[in-house]
Design a protein around this ligand. Structure first.
Ligand SMILES: NC(=O)c1ccc[n+]([C@@H]2O[C@H](COP(=O)([O-])OP(=O)(O)OC[C@H]3O[C@@H](n4cnc5c(N)ncnc54)[C@H](OP(=O)(O)O)[C@@H]3O)[C@@H](O)[C@H]2O)c1
Length: 274
């Protein structure tokens, strides 16, 4: 495992998360990176986790405020106890963890390989589960846990059966842990994003017609942005929102309730939106 610290700028407007320390996975890009910047701008110190050291450094360097740290780890393969020990070294406590790391390997059932299933399961379900377990002794009370799931875990989309299974599993884990961990002062919730423009789905955004359909299917008439999700994560972690627990907050532009969405999700499109 490689680790580093950087940055000494003070946040312009420290807010709800002042003095809090959060571990964020998937911090090297997309939603996870946006979560790091959002929480840091509100005064938090971040432990940013991902595999790509260059991009992790960039995330941490663009976070406001002092005391951020990055940890390079492969969540599918590395020892997660060692990762938790490193994050909590010197007795440092953690006020929350955000599980944004994820793998999206779409495909119809005929095309899906055991390797794809295994990678998605290990990264999307096994890793966040074992990481919460490993971090338990290091979490403060109160603390917050937020899983990033997906609308795929709530609806049916052709071409996403294996990915959707992992996201549905994360929702099930969230509900159970919300009950198990509440007595310890640990509040567990999830965010289910709709289509958010990130590297994960860049291949679908090459097709202008598909983007137009996705935009039309959203009641917000646009694709989602990582900031839409990071603000929701900030809300769920905010200790003032302690009555929000065991909850999945869908941030999807109203996609599942939109009549138009039904046309976007027809099998001929292979439904390959994440
Ligand atoms: N974008 C969407 O439309 C959408 C919709 C619903 C849900 N989601 C969920 O949102 C989360 C974030 O996705 P994103 O859109 O931000 O995609 P992204 O930009 O591709 O980010 C994925 C992140 O996961 C990390 N990751 C993947 N495998 C890993 C592993 N084995 N070990 C450590 N880190 C690993 C990547 O780190 P490295 O690059 O450093 O390896 C990267 O930081 C995912 O859980 C995804 O399923 C996304």
């Amino acid at each position: 495992m490689t680790t580093g610290r950087t940055n000494d700028k003070s946040p312009a407007n420290p807010g709800a998360h002042a003095g809090q320390r959060y571990l964020v996975t998937g911090a090297s890009s997309g939603i996870g990176a946006a979560v790091c910047r959002h929480l840091a701008a509100e005064g938090a110190r971040i432990v940013a986790v991902g595999r790509d050291e260059t991009r992790l450094r960039r995330t941490v360097e663009t976070c406001e405020g002092p005391g951020h740290q990055w940890l390079r780890a492969d969540l599918a393969d590395d020892d997660l106890d060692a990762l938790a020990d490193e994050a909590g070294s010197g007795g440092a406590r953690m006020d929350g963890v955000v599980h944004a790391a994820g793998v999206f390997r779409p495909g119809l059932i005929a095309d899906q390989t055991p390797h794809d299933l295994e990678q998605m399961w290990r990264t999307n379900v096994r890793a966040p589960y074992l990481l919460v377990q490993a971090l338990l002794p290091k979490l403060s009370a109160p603390a917050g846990v937020v899983f990033v799931s997906s609308v795929s875990g709530h609806t049916g989309i052709a071409g996403q059966s294996a990915y959707a299974a992992t996201k549905g599993a994360v929702e099930a884990v969230m509900r159970c842990l919300a009950i198990e961990l509440a007595p310890r002062g640990i509040r567990v919730n999830s965010v289910a994003p709709g289509f958010i423009a990130t590297e994960m789905n860049v291949q679908f955004r090459d097709d202008g017609a598909r983007v137009a359909k996705l935009e039309a299917a959203s009641l917000a008439e646009r694709l989602g942005a990582p900031g839409d999700i990071s603000r929701a994560v900030g809300f769920l972690l905010d200790p003032r929102n302690s009555f929000v627990v065991g909850h999945c907050l869908r941030v999807d532009g109203g996609y599942p309730v939109s009549e138009v969405a039904k046309g976007v999700l027809l099998p001929e499109d292979r439904g390959q939106v994440s």
